[in-house]
Design a protein around this ligand. Sequence first.
Ligand code: F6R
Length: 611
Amino acid sequence: MCGIVGYTGPREAYPVIIKGLKRLEYRGYDSTGVALLNGGLKVYKKKGKVVELEEAIVGKDLHSHTGIGHTRWATHGEPSDRNAHPHSSASGKLAMIHNGIIENYTQLKKELSSKGYSFKSDTDTEVLLNFIEEIKKNNQCGLEEAVRVALKRVVGAYVILLLDQDDPGTIIAARKGSPLVIGIGKGEHFLGSDASPMLEYTKEVVYVNDYELAIVKPDELVLKNLGNEKITPYVQKLDIELAAIEKGGYDHFMLKEIFEQPQTIFDCLRGRLDIMGGTITMAGVQNHITQLKNANRIMIVACGTSWHAGLIAEYIIEELCRIPVEVEYASEFRYRNPVIHKGDVIIAVSQSGETADTLVAIEKAKDQGAIIFGVVNVVGSSIARLSDSGAYTHAGPEIGVASTKAFTAQLVVLTMIAMKIAYEKGTINQERFNHLLNELHEIPNKAEIVLKQNDAIKKLAEKYKDARDFLYLGRGYNFPVALEGALKLKEISYIHAEGYPAAEMKHGPIALVDESLPVVFVATRDSYHEKIVSNIQEIKARKGKVIAIITEGDETITDMADDTIAVPEADEIMAPMLSTIPLQLLAYYIGVAKNLDVDKPRNLAKSVTVE
Ligand code: F6R
């Protein structure tokens, strides 16, 4: 978490940095700060969002051609002005920003305190900065060398950017475990947690790897490893356009991204699904088809919304491929001692491709001989690069903190993977395969139809916005959709919500039901339909309010429920791609009705790069 930006070159650094920070606010917005080099070092920082800093420093001297900026998601130390980055070293000559966690900072702090250092903040960052300064002083070396020596002692994850007032024009950067992109311009360089701060200036970027150090000047980029050996930067071309990271007339990124889904699902299918030829082309799957179809077991590792996509994929893969699937929370998987056999296939699902828990979990599994297949949205991200093979979800940049379009794209990719394995393995016949191809092909149009319910869902949101709790229930493929609906509501509206398998309700949660509890049933027509109808009756008998997501024309549930939202008929395997959308809209409009910042909900960050 935390967003970092840097610039060195002929432009005014401050506007470039501020604009970049606004684009990176999805990574955290507890505080904002900039450090600018112009003769001396000027550091401005403040608790709150980027715009609050901007307003607070109007009229200050912001002139500079080299600077760094930070938007924080607090780990060590509460969100406050003094804990905001950049931090200044004891001498005041160095400034540093940091994304990550220094795990052995207490030990380093003790060492420094015994040498007379005192600290202005509660952060691990200030400790590391002074540790670097102490080495620089002791070893009488330059900043680059001091950083290299210091990082050999550091346990944890970091991207750091440093300025030294005695070396104007230079930014020293280093990375381990958190993302860092360097944009290459003509006589200028841009640094960012992702490429969004540099999109209008350059399309040429270098993704810095773990244990690499960058010495960045306007007209020179030197990359080294921690052993001081030079590395040739691998320059890649960006294919993101600026429009993709702007709101495009919508009130919020979240709404824009919900409405993009017909297109993003289409983009995800494009070039892969061939209805006429009756094929699915996915090079990443094809290259590992032998291992995939012969896998004794597939493990899906992910967090949050991506974990929900994994749960749906478990049902689909087991149904179509007859391969046992386990779905793991990456944060649990990485710390226990999981049994991994050589040749096990791990599918890592991640929008950002930077989630620390998922990244470390797959590193561990890879060391034990597992094949890692990445289903990732952000091209060139750490998980994508660590995977042996994979398939991108092609949903485009997702800026709203709550994941929406990335989720449906994950479902589409995971479904195609399952279909392809099943076809190659012979566990489904050509007729079923063709049927599923046609069904998938129809999903973008059907998603468009679901979005036409926008106004009706907005009204529902008004009706239910004051509820204290919500229950979300579903069966089969729609059970993880219930979990996802509850997660969206919690994140965006701060209303307590729980998702459950509908039949599990009678084993406890039914005690919560009274006339004030809205219960959202994800009840599209599928093989569990009669069962879920009974579950709805059980809730109605206890005076609960039922909101049901149903298949168009389902009179049975319409007659029973207080409110219904209908989605087009679809094969039950693909129903979640449609039934999720009304739940995203419901959460969004309840958040808006409560006047909350839906794109930046409290305490959250989009890319969770701490454990
Ligand atoms: C929920 C949400 C999070 C993420 C989770 C994993 O709306 O966005 O739960 O799904 O932090 O992130 P990725 O998919 O980037 O690994």
